[in-house]
Design a protein around this ligand. Sequence first.
Ligand SMILES: Cc1cc2nc3c(=O)[nH]c(=O)nc-3n(C[C@H](O)[C@H](O)[C@H](O)COP(=O)(O)OP(=O)(O)OC[C@H]3O[C@@H](n4cnc5c(N)ncnc54)[C@H](O)[C@@H]3O)c2cc1C
Length: 463
Amino acid sequence: MTRKIGDIIKKLEEIVGQEWVITEREYMESYLRDETPDVLRPSAAEDLILVKPSSTKEVSQILKAANQMRVPVFPVGGRTGLVGGCVPTDPGVILSLERMNRIEVDKENLMAIAEAGATLADLIKAADEADLFFPLHPGDEGAQIGGLVSTNAGGVRAVKYGVMRNYVKGVEAVLPTGEILNLGGLLIKNNTGYDLMHLIIGSEGTLCVITKVIIKLYPKSGYSVTLVLPFDSRTDAIRTVPKILQSGVTPLAIEYVGIKELNKAAEHLSEEWPIQTANAQLIIILSGSSEDEVYSDCEKISEIAEENNAGEAVIAETREEQERILRIRSNIYTALKPNMVDILDITVPMSRLGDLMNEIDRIAEKYGAYLPVYGHAGDGNLHIHVMKVDGEVPGYVEEIENEIYSISLRLGGVITGEHGVGKIRIGKLRKALTEKEISLMKGIKRIFDPNNILNPGKVLPSD
Ligand SMILES: Cc1cc2nc3c(=O)[nH]c(=O)nc-3n(C[C@H](O)[C@H](O)[C@H](O)COP(=O)(O)OP(=O)(O)OC[C@H]3O[C@@H](n4cnc5c(N)ncnc54)[C@H](O)[C@@H]3O)c2cc1C
């Protein structure tokens, strides 16, 4: 252990108490990785200390000490990220806020005040107990509020109310110098100066440590229905998506899925997918205040689907049936994971989704590769997987990914719409951003973190 790291242990023990400072490697194993596929996940450094504060004051003292001693700090949440963002890649301190997991619901203002270490599952439960609803559902309920905000997570139910950024109304955060910021509040409107809160949202643990978040909640929708629409032709399925939204119906979710991947996920769960006849399918979640409202939306969608050559829809009404459909959809990732090299989260304008898919087909054919594609069609956001061949990583991965990134940018899209840059996408940033944009970002990083102690080596390329 280096002297610098040895020196900070004593200081950390003074701040949080000895039992919350972990130095033995075997007790911190699960904090050394996230959910990035094995092949690409960065390795954790050797000299690491795990610390678990219980308050914002303790977080502030930890950062102040680390900044004075120039020791890197790596904030971790639920470690469900897919780009190596929280992996502690230099000797230093792993900062877990898991003990800071209280949630209060302010019913009058329809907001939750959640500490950053509370999980998505905790938030869903707290909202439900207050007879309110947190609609967004980024796949893994073990993700923490701090992680969800730091990555500006999206997920299946972003069509109607937007992504994490659209829910965050206030943030308490600690700067690397130990100073505490209180931004926003129980407010719908706030135009006071530059919007530091929105700069922090999506900053992937590189600007400050988020300790508390005020999150917008919604009234529980009285009624909800999940529709599965089968199409023989993918083009017809994709063409239907903007037509649904143009009709004035805004579902919670519009997902595109292929039968091959759905069957893999169903098999993984020992379940069966309800429609076997169609290659391309749309899963649509509708919610509304009454049965009549939802059924009228359902009818509108069925008419549009029929005009676009859909087969007979399956309509899931009970909570169990709807949860089963979402569970199978959510497990496509898990079913593919053992053979996955990478999961891309390309986002293009919705009108270009069909073009993106045609290009993916072309690339798959060119390289003889299996590139499963599915995802959040209502957001123009697709997950494209690069897979192993016979258990081995094929030599074309880098080439294929570069082609996909170039196509997305050409179609007016981005290289990541959900997972962020983290560690593994840094090398691609210069494809997507100008030098001016990168230099502005570096300037911002220097202002927030002059000694580069917070999550160093993440998001921004070195000079
Ligand atoms: C099965 C599965 C499905 C998923 N589905 C989706 C999806 O649909 N949509 C989507 O957007 N993502 C999805 N993800 C990715 C992941 O769940 C999200 O990125 C999530 O927001 C990460 O939260 P976390 O708490 O696990 O963060 P971590 O992985 O622990 O960290 C992510 C980043 O946030 C930073 N961070 C964490 N906590 C703090 C804090 N308190 N202060 C400052 N920085 C912090 C870390 O330093 C790191 O840079 C999925 C992942 C899995 C495994």
